[in-house]
Design a protein around this ligand. Sequence first.
Ligand code: ADP
Ligand code: TRP
Length: 324
Amino acid sequence: MRILTGLQPSGKLHIGNYFGAMEPAVKLQDQGEAFYFIADYHAMTSMTDASALRENVRELAIDFLASGLDPEKATIFRQSDIPEVNELAWILSTVCPMGLLQRCHSYKDKVENGLDANHALFAYPALMAADILLYDANLVPVGKDQKQHLEVTRDLAGKVNDKFGEGTLVIPEAQIKESTAVVPGLDGRKMSKSYGNTLPLAGNMKALRKTIMKIVTTSAEVEDVKPTDGSTVIALYQLFADESAVQTMIDEHGLSGEEGKGYGYFKQQLFDAYWEKFAAIRAKREELENNLDYVHEVIANGAEKARAESTKVLDRVRGIVGLR
Ligand code: ADP
Ligand code: TRP
């Protein structure tokens, strides 16, 4: 089985990315041939600052390794090191109906959130399909927001196979874990870089604690019973704590009067659990920051391994469609 996923280097990795894509990717690297990449072409749809892009790529490479991706097991690479992906995206574009792209929520959301409505943003799903199909990937671990893009990918692969013959492209499956499908952000909406409501994976303790203290809650006072349904603090706590600890927090929301607990108390518990969960990753990050040569070497080796695969698939496709 071949597993593949990509993350955009468009800002600091947040816990939505971690639980939605990174953690599943780490688990899956033991179960097949894994390809994990830094989607820098994609990030160009939302950022134009070259040095920021370079820095984000480096930071994401560090995050990949600190989170437990192992270059001995997985091929870790940068999208733009394999420019052939653009050729496959072009080939896919020739079978891609405009309507399919017009229906994509992500494009509409991004434009509503202020991104330029340019061709790259519109054609993004075709490039993403090429990312996946260029490696004959079978399984793609992603968060729920990418479900539609995976459907587009399957659709395009199916169209190519219908036109040029079964087996031209491998049709992949998405893997979306229900429990972490949508990690809520500080304001209760989906956690996303574009909403500025994220909790980063790593950073300064004081700042991160402050970020957690900013989570939006009801205006219930310490002595009031607090609602548990729709509580972002509880939803996030579930990602870090075991069932009994979560149950205790839920029960404590029901306390009132003298026994009542304030939101600051619950947020502190969330902070403690979060801080502990990422302790090892923070330590590994620090180590890698002092060993950037190693990080660059991993990415360079990854490019070589990825290209060995991508050229095989692209040669096959070129022959079938008549480009060779
Ligand atoms: P963002 O929305 O912050 O820009 P990306 O689009 O770069 O994040 O997402 C990278 C990966 O992380 C994708 O697989 C995506 O589905 C997953 N992901 C992003 N936000 C969340 C979230 N809030 N909950 C679960 N998974 C998420
Ligand atoms: N579009 C994905 C995101 O925003 C990132 C991505 C690009 C990706 N290419 C991919 C994810 C291929 C999985 C497979 O999160």
